[in-house]
Design a protein around this ligand. Structure first.
Ligand SMILES: NC(=O)c1ccc[n+]([C@@H]2O[C@H](COP(=O)([O-])OP(=O)(O)OC[C@H]3O[C@@H](n4cnc5c(N)ncnc54)[C@H](OP(=O)(O)O)[C@@H]3O)[C@@H](O)[C@H]2O)c1
Length: 339
């Protein structure tokens, strides 16, 4: 399978390492062989129909800051959309930053892939948050496969579990702790007597919070995951404008103490029932949603079978790369081994 990878940061590089390491197992167990024909970052691209070598891409990125420096195959000053359209790939993977203020860039990557009959995988939540119904329609119209399992739960297969549950039963409600950073902050406030600012500073020191943590603490990241679950699992055309969102910025010690004395725990919960929302919710201490540290959890309420919960790490480079690999195998098995 010929792959075009856009974005060579934490996730993109982890994916190339994983693909290289697992190549023998993938060939033996699935008869699957992959070839990287185009890899791009913000500084340039490397292109080769015969296949790029993972170690050379990683070395060029390390030494020169861009894959555009790969000997014989490097390019600079190229249009990424044009590269996607022109390359001879079976699948395009978008691992560029999720920026809700400019989702158009990543949207352009997906559109270029669909328009030129290429399957696509994205871990970038921004285009899904703002235009998932339109993107699903565009993929279907162009008869290509579109996968995004790394956008919810990182490497924990939350979308796969939810789809599996929805196959034989009705999902009547979904509730989840869908953002690791906010869960870490609230958990620390619950376990110790620190305030919100100290817990946030601790999360930043440990690398759980971004330099600009607004998307996490204002609930936007969790809301994008609610959008994805709502479209995929509940079959409701939803964008982020349909989600009622409140973050955790104003959580006081008082609120935490009141919860604690009632034997409950404060969580940032994304929920889809009658409507879609993200906000603070008090859960019982023995609730499956009471997950510690930066873990994620998703509970599906099924009409016949009751509640099913999946818990796991919601982010991480290698974890998310695993989700991409799963999507890749899934596409390959769906479209057939011909590619
Ligand atoms: N990290 C995680 O744990 C995690 C988990 C789940 C989902 N995700 C999602 O995965 C995506 C990638 O995350 P990351 O942690 O790998 O981010 P990252 O380390 O910032 O890497 C982003 C990559 O995209 C490149 N890039 C930026 N704009 C570009 C453009 N217009 N065209 C081509 N390349 C461009 C960057 O180029 P330069 O290298 O030149 O800067 C960089 O290589 C994000 O959407 C994120 O939300 C991440």
């Amino acid at each position: 399978m010929r792959i075009c990878l856009i974005g060579f940061g934490v996730v993109g590089r982890s994916f190339v390492k994983l693909l290289t390491e697992r190549a023998p197992v993938l060939a033996n167990e699935y008869g699957f062989a992959a070839k990287l024909v185009c890899v791009a970052d913000s500084g340039g691209a490397a292109v080769s129909q015969r296949g790029l070598i993972g170690a050379e891409l990683l070395a060029a990125k390390e030494s020169d800051g861009t894959v555009g420096a790969v000997a014989d195959h490097g390019l600079t000053g190229c249009s990424v959309e044009q590269l996607i359209a022109d390359c001879d790939a079976d699948v395009v993977i978008d691992a560029t930053p999720s920026d809700l203020s400019s989702p158009g860039v990543a949207m352009g990557h997906l559109r270029a892939a669909f328009r030129t009959a290429k399957n696509a995988i994205t871990v970038n939540k921004a285009p899904l948050a703002t235009a998932m119904p339109a993107l699903l329609e565009l993929a279907a119209h162009n008869r290509v496969q579109f996968r995004y399992s790394g956008t919810v739960g990182g490497g924990t297969p939350m979308l796969a579990l939810a789809c599996e549950c929805a196959r034989g039963d009705d999902v009547v409600r979904l509730r989840g702790v869908l953002n690791g950073t906010t869960n870490y902050i609230l958990s620390r406030m619950h376990e110790t007597d620190i305030d919100f600012d100290s817990a946030l500073a601790e999360a930043a020191r440990l690398g759980y919070a971004e330099t600009d943590p607004s998307a996490d603490i204002d609930g936007i990241d969790a809301a994008t995951k609610v959008v994805i679950l709502s479209n995929l699992i509940m079959s409701r055309p939803t964008t982020i404008r349909d989600v009622d969102v409140t973050g955790i910025r104003n959580v006081s010690r008082n609120r935490i103490e009141t919860c604690k004395s009632a034997g409950r725990v404060l969580k940032l919960v994304g929920e889809i029932g009658e409507s879609a929302r993200v906000g603070l919710a008090e859960v019982n201490a023995d609730s499956p949603l009471n997950v510690p540290a930066n873990l994620n959890a998703l509970t599906l309420t099924l009409r016949s079978s009751g509640d099913v919960t999946l818990v796991g790490r919601g982010a991480g480079g290698i974890e998310t790369a695993t989700a991409i690999l799963r999507d890749l195998l899934d596409i390959w098995q769906t479209v057939g081994a011909a590619t």
